[in-house]
Design a protein around this ligand. Structure first.
Ligand code: ADP
Length: 909
């Protein structure tokens, strides 16, 4: 088989076709099944190995041939990051899932107060920084095609200059077409491209297999490892770490570690395309293992090439030219496909990642502003706009890569070009680390920091690569701009002795970090920045439903069952029909979108609380081991718990009311108890006075023998009088307490009250005469039938009339008694012209043992129980006894009793 350029190009095109098929099948596979082997951690790891580009495939051997073990740093940096995945990668993945981050620009702008300025800055920097890297791939592919087609020169390139450029342009255009066809078929909210990732994983296997095949072949023809390494000295290659280790090593390690995080395509595969956080754990050892395998034969190939290839052969192409030189055309073709794989996977993914950034942060915002939203009102319009923006961005990115390739085609080695890109994207590192670990980092500081890093990089790393094609750049390099020496790109501030790479890395990252720290210390954060900073820092602490949006799938039926349980039938039906109408499909085939699930969650949270809603839905949605029945049971239990607690609340309200009543009763009891004590002490006081008199006089009678008859009679009659008083007092007390206990010694019956009044007047006649009191009879009712007891009614009337006589005090005392019928009531009034009852005494006149001025000391001083007893008696006849307030002189008491009907009264006649 003879390898011609046509055959090589045809193979390459066929290979791209194969990738196409794989990507297509991959997309179909993930769509049809939720998961499958494409979501395995190994496919994830293989896709991460897009890190190993043609620079690694071809360039590592070149680096080893030129700088010894230095090529290892490119693997060691990422190895450190992956082994320590717990610290940085895990955070990045979690945050990006939570915040739905789609790119590195999105990540930083999201952390720094959703700043669009920062997003644009990051995007521009990324596009410019990646251009050399894409150029590197174009260069590797064209060099490899040249190497095969012009194999007599062993990679020195026998094709004419325009052919090389044409070839590179063809490759760039081909890649653009492939990427547009594949990377921009649809817009996915999560920016995941399962098909493309499948193709990339396949390419990872191809490039590793090709490199290992060449390695084994070289070791085989070189007579084993020992034989090859024995020639190291003659080959002029230093393989002792001690000889090469130095500041360049540190710079390259730092760069490679930064690159595995900051390169847009690495962020895309490691973070954005990650479907399961656990995959990181596998990748943490599998990816370093992959890199180890890739680097296994780098030294032997370099050594063997240096020993056996003609002097002046391009060491970057040894992987290809060694098999060619040995006449192994098939192996050479395989090696070419391996290198081609490395280059294409990088170009495809990088341009997808960059196009997402360019379209999301630059093109779409500009287009939206220009069209001010007209004409793209519907979802389709926006979709079209985004897809076109992506396509345009991909073309732009590849064009930039090609432009860089064209402008710098003079330089030889692959590795330095890659390092320029690494240094560029490393400018994101300080801001990324700050976003993960430093709460106080501010947006303004981040923008300034990235800007200064960007400028220093442009000046000291990017621009010098044009030195060979531009005399102006060359002169700036040697003399500085306008002759300012300390501004020379590779000798900033007079640091001439540093290796150019270390120089650029040091100054760019040093100034970048310093500005970020100092800037953050002197500027303040906005509220939004503050919130976002907290969200980023506490990413592993939050449990709210906003923090971890539900992912996964569930059938509409399952969701409906749960929703109905919680929201009730009507509300659930309303929600689902609304969603079905929006999705324009019947309920039964409805595939609930994540936004709909979130909405359901919110609705349910209103009923059962956020946490429960989240748990319930996540059980259904993520299909955890818990069954639907169990979830239903949970819902029922929740409902029962709610009812039970409502019941409890009701009971406790009742209990509270009962307790209040008890307390009130208790207060009453205490009051009554107090009254009882008071009553007892008054009674004993009242009893004491007559008892003392009786005792004193009886003692005199007993001890004094010499008493004359007259005194004896006087004493005995006093004792008699006091005894009567005592008896009547005790009668009154007994009467009152019986009345107060509710006992009634009489039976109310229909009577004519006028007769009782007549009787009372008769009884009081003697008393009136004795006191020279005129008892006047005023108007009288002819007959008044009431339900009462005639003796008890008389008792009250006698009390009132005798009070009016006793407590009168007027010179010509007059008592007027009158009665009348009024509105179904019988009214008797007893009025006198005496001193009356003083204003301040009125409220207490019906109290037990209360006595007025005359009652206290006068000849008729009583116990003060007459009025309270009378009032009790009247009230037991359903009547009222009151003191009439507006009389001119004296006192007036009034009894009101309800009249009864004539038929009832019949019994009285
Ligand atoms: P008692 O049984 O000692 O007569 P009452 O309860 O009947 O006591 O009367 C209480 C007090 O009311 C008397 O001590 C007297 O001061 C006053 N009082 C009663 N009726 C009259 C009245 N018609 N005019 C003036 N004071 C009166």
């Amino acid at each position: 088989m003879t390898l011609t350029a046509d055959l090589v190009i045809a193979t390459a095109v066929a290979y791209v076709g194969l990738l196409f098929v794989i990507a297509y099948l991959g997309d179909r596979h993930t769509r049809s099944r939720s998961g499958g082997f494409l979501r395995s951690p190994f496919v994830y790891t293989l896709s991460i190995s897009v890190y190993c580009t043609s620079w690694t495939f071809y360039g590592a051997v070149g680096t080893a041939a030129r700088n010894g073990l230095e090529y290892l740093t490119i693997y060691l940096g990422p190895t450190v990051v992956f082994i320590g995945w717990w610290f940085i990668l895990r955070r990045l993945v979690r945050i990006s899932h939570d915040q739905r981050i789609t790119s590195i620009a999105d990540l930083l702008s999201s952390r720094f107060g959703k700043s669009s300025t920062l997003a644009v800055l990051i995007t521009v920097l990324a596009v410019i920084a990646i251009a050399p890297y894409i150029a590197l791939q174009l260069k590797a592919i064209t060099s490899s095609i040249e190497a095969i087609a012009g194999s007599s020169e062993f990679g020195r390139g026998s094709l004419e200059g325009w052919d090389e450029v044409g070839l590179a342009f063809g490759v760039a255009a081909g890649m653009a077409v492939f990427t547009i066809l594949f990377g921009t078929r649809n817009v996915d909210a999560k920016e995941q491209h399962h098909g493309v990732v499948a193709a990339i994983a396949f390419e990872a296997v191809v490039k590793l297999a090709a490199l290992l095949a060449v390695g084994f072949f070289v070791v085989y023809i070189g007579g084993g490892m020992d034989a090859i390494f024995a020639n190291a000295e003659t080959a002029g290659l230093s393989i002792h770490a001690g000889d090469t280790f130095g500041d360049r090593w540190i710079s390259m390690m730092v760069l490679a570690a930064a690159a595995i995080i900051c390169l847009p395509r690495q962020f895309q595969v490691t973070v954005v395309e990650n479907s399961d956080e656990k995959h990181l754990r596998t990748a943490s050892w599998a990816f370093p293992a992959y890199m180890l395998a890739m680097s296994l034969f780098t030294l032997p190939i370099a050594l063997f090439g240096l020993t056996f290839m003609p002097a002046g052969s391009n060491p970057d192409m040894f992987v290809l030219t060694l098999p060619l030189a040995q006449g192994q055309d098939a192996l050479a073709l395989f090696a070419f496909i391996g290198g081609f794989s490395s280059a294409t996977s990088m170009i495809i993914l990088e341009s997808i990642a960059l196009s997402i950034m360019v379209s999301n942060h630059i093109v779409v915002p500009i287009m939206l502003r220009l069209t001010s939203g007209d004409g793209i009102g519907d979802g389709q319009g926006v979709r079209r706009l985004i897809l076109n923006a992506r396509r345009l961005s991909i073309m732009l990115i590849l064009l930039l890569g090609f432009a860089y390739f064209y402008l710098t085609r003079g330089s030889d080695a692959l590795a330095p070009i890659g390092l320029i890109s690494f240094t560029g994207v490393a400018q994101f590192l300080p801001a990324i680390l700050a976003s993960l670990f430093w709460r106080d980092a501010s947006t303004k500081a981040a923008i300034c920091a990235v800007s200064i890093g960007f400028v220093v990089w442009l000046w000291s790393s990017f621009m010098p690569s044009f030195a060979s094609s531009s005399p102006l750049v060359a002169s700036v390099m040697t003399n500085g701009p306008w002759g300012i020496e300390w501004l020379r790109p590779q000798g900033l501030f007079g640091f001439d002795d540093l290796d150019p790479l270390t120089h650029a890395v040091f100054w760019s990252l040093f100034l970048n970090t310093t500005v970020l720290i100092l800037g953050s210390l002197v500027t303040n954060q906005s509220a939004l920045e503050h919130v976002q900073a907290a969200l980023f820092l506490n990413v592993f602490r939050r449990t709210s439903n906003e923090a971890s949006p539900l992912r996964g799938s569930a059938t509409a039926d399952d969701l409906f069952l749960v929703a109905r349980r919680v929201l009730g039938h009507d509300r659930a039906v309303a929600l689902f029909s609304e969603e079905a109408k929006q999705a324009r499909m019947p309920w039964t085939t409805l595939e609930p979108s994540s936004s709909f699930i979130r909405r359901l969650e919110r609705e349910m949270a209103g009923s059962i609380g956020a946490a429960s809603a989240h748990v319930m839905l996540s059980k259904v949605v993520s299909g955890d081991s818990i069954s639907l029945e169990e979830v239903m049971q949970m819902a029922d239990e929740t409902q029962q718990a709610i009812e039970y607690s409502q019941e409890l609340e009701k009971t406790s309200t009742q209990l509270r009311a009962t307790a209040e009543k008890l307390e009130e009763a208790n207060r009453q009891l205490r009051k009554v108890d107090l009254q009882k004590d008071e009553f007892l002490s008054q009674v004993s006081h009242e009893v004491r006075t007559p008892m003392t008199a009786i005792r004193a006089f009886s003692e005199i009678l007993l001890s004094e023998d010499e008493l004359d008859e007259n005194s004896k009679t006087k004493f005995v009659s006093t004792i008699h009088k006091e005894s009567l008083r005592l008896t009547s007092l005790l009668d009154e007390i007994l009467d009152l307490s019986a009345l107060e206990r509710g006992e009634r010694a009489w039976e109310n019956r229909p009577i004519d009250a006028e007769e009782s009044l007549d009787q009372a007047l008769r009884v009081c006649d003697a008393l009136a005469r004795q006191n020279n009191t005129q008892v006047k009879i005023g108007t009288r009712a002819s007959a008044a039938y009431v339900r009462s007891d005639p003796d008890r009614l008389s008792q009250v009337l006698i009390n009132l009339i005798s009070n009016a006589i006793k407590y009168n005090g007027a010179i010509a005392p007059i008592v007027e008694v009158r009665s009348r019928l009024k509105k179904g009531a019988y009214i008797i009034e007893v009025e006198d012209n005496g001193i009356g009852i003083a204003e301040e005494e009125r409220p207490r006149i019906f109290d037990k043992f209360y006595r007025g001025r005359l009652g206290e000391t006068g000849p008729y001083a009583g116990a003060g129980l007459g009025l309270p007893i009378s009032r009790e008696i009247i009230s037991r006849m359903d009547g009222v006894l009151e003191l009439v307030s507006n009389v001119e002189e004296g006192a007036c008491f009034r009894i009101t009793l309800p009249l009864i009907t004539r038929s009832e009264a019949g019994a009285a006649q």
